[in-house]
Design a binder for this molecule. Structure first.
Ligand code: E4P
Length: 231
């Protein structure tokens, strides 16, 4: 599974991209509306930082408006994927942009039927929202599994993005189901780092090493010599 970051905040992408774990990014109008500055510049910077597919969403509700916005967004950067909301107009737009060679991420998909339509319209990615299903007491992992099984059994090639991720267990569930991608807020990516045994183990290694100061000298010298030789 690949990890995308779900944000409109450039600083968050700078922070997490440095870990070397990101393959792409997704934005949406709500995420971008929280940020200052020119959204186009933010989106381009995010594209550069993640070096992979970065979704930017259309907001018009009519077909022509969505097509115009999608083509304009695509010209911002070579990594742009046009995000199109699921509805009948969105399907028409997805088919047209896909036929022009523009990759589409069809978003706001909540059921196998919607996923099948999105895939049939040629969407490169189908974004299935987990957190928002859980919010209305629907088992998001069960729905995601059904969507994955339906698309695979139906021979559809769209990649599934597990979206609306609220905690690390959503990501684990999506990976076990076989989703190709999870798009994840920075907060959840940071939560994934944590385990008490990791902290405890690191502390013990540190303390044991410090109990032998001569070993610390040896490693320091080894490192200094290498740096000196490298110039
Ligand atoms: C997906 O691409 C969306 O940007 C996002 O995951 C929505 O998440 P939310 O339900 O937390 O707003």
């Amino acid at each position: 599974m690949r990890l995308f970051i779900d944000t409109g905040n450039v600083a968050e992408v700078e922070e997490i991209a440095a870990w070397g774990v990101l393959s792409g990014a997704t934005t949406n109008p709500s995420l971008l509306a929280k940020e200052d500055g020119d959204p186009g510049e933010s989106i381009k910077r995010i594209c550069d930082l993640v070096g992979g597919p970065t979704s930017a969403e259309v907001v018009s509700e009519d077909v022509q408006g969505m097509l115009d916005e999608g083509r304009a967004l695509r010209e911002l950067h070579k990594h742009i994927v046009v995000k199109v909301p699921f509805n009948k107009e969105g399907l028409e737009v997805t088919r047209a942009l896909t036929d022009e060679g523009i990759p589409v991420n069809m978003t706001l998909v909540f059921s196998p039927n919607q996923a099948l339509l999105a895939a049939a319209a040629g969407a490169t990615y189908v974004s299935c929202f987990m957190g928002r299903l859980d919010d209305i007491s629907i088992d998001s992992a069960a729905v995601l599994a059904e969507i994955a099984e339906t698309l695979r059994a139906g021979g559809m090639t769209s990649e599934i993005i597990a979206a609306s991720i609220r905690h690390p267990e959503h990501i684990v569930a999506a990976a076990r189901i076989g989703c190709e991608i999870a798009t994840t807020p920075a907060k959840v990516l940071r939560q994934m780092l944590n385990h008490p045994l990791t902290d405890e183990g690191a502390e013990k290694f540190r303390a044991d090493w410090q109990s032998r100061p001569e070993f610390g000298e040896w490693l320091g010298e080894l490192t200094r010599k290498r740096l000196a030789a490298a110039g």
